[in-house]
Design a protein around this ligand. Structure first.
Ligand code: NAP
Length: 194
């Protein structure tokens, strides 16, 4: 079981424009040609922040057209927000706030040995990393630049660096990068070598 942050990002490190648009993403290729279908098949629980959830609400028609349902996930889902957000009929969504650690414990239990997906945004993935809970970052690097927007991962993560595990080209629109996040203790080993 792994806790994974899987997302698409512009080449210059943004997962959405500053006004939460993803219109730049969809023309780049078909999600079904990427590693997403195999990835989601192994996900047992997922979490997202309020902006990501509100994007889903605003685009419920589009999501329903593409997936057959306004909420495409069968997995138990957690949405982080300090506000009271509307739910979606038939969707297994729990609204939470604050420390990610107790939520992660619940997610792991609910996932029954499958992976935990941090959908985004970047700071929420950073909160799981801050708590030492993030195992992998999987990025579909898109063949566009956005200049500004919502950041991929607003953390400085240099020592130890991430470990690049695999690289895969998907057409001309995506480069899929898979990174392992070094565990605590790796930093000490790195420091001894420098
Ligand atoms: N390119 C992709 O594949 C991809 C993937 C995922 C998301 N996205 C998009 O990227 C954008 C991400 O937006 P974002 O960077 O603003 O991130 P976000 O995580 O979706 O939303 C941030 C909000 O989540 C809530 N939040 C986060 N941590 C919290 C905590 N510990 N406790 C309580 N509330 C917490 C806060 O909302 P409140 O104001 O309610 O307190 C915060 O303002 C969205 O537009 C989404 O659609 C793109």
């Amino acid at each position: 079981m792994k806790t994974q942050y899987f997302t698409a990002s512009s080449l210059d490190g943004f997962i959405a424009t500053e006004d939460d648009s993803l219109d730049w993403l969809f023309p780049l290729g078909n999600l079904n040609d990427t590693s997403y279908p195999a990835f989601i098949a192994d996900v047992g629980a997922l979490a997202m922040g309020a902006s990501t959830y509100e994007w889903m609400l605003r685009h419920a028609d589009l999501v329903a057209r593409d997936t057959g349902s306004p909420w495409p996930y069968t997995q138990p889902s957690w949405v982080f927000s300090n506000r009271s957000l509307a739910g979606l009929p038939g969707a297994d969504i729990r609204f939470v706030r604050g420390d990610v650690r107790p939520v992660h414990e619940k997610m792991v239990r609910a996932a029954h040995g499958r992976n935990v997906w941090i959908v985004g945004g970047g700071d929420l993935a950073g909160q799981f990393h801050d708590a030492g809970l993030l195992d992998e970052i999987l990025v579909q690097v898109c063949s566009v630049t956005l200049e500004r927007g919502k950041p991929l991962f607003p953390r400085r993560l240099t020592r130890p660096p991430l470990t690049l595990v695999s690289v895969r080209q998907v057409g001309s629109g995506f480069a899929e990068l898979r990174y392992a996040v070094p565990r605590a203790g790796a930093a000490a080993g790195q420091a001894q070598r420098t």
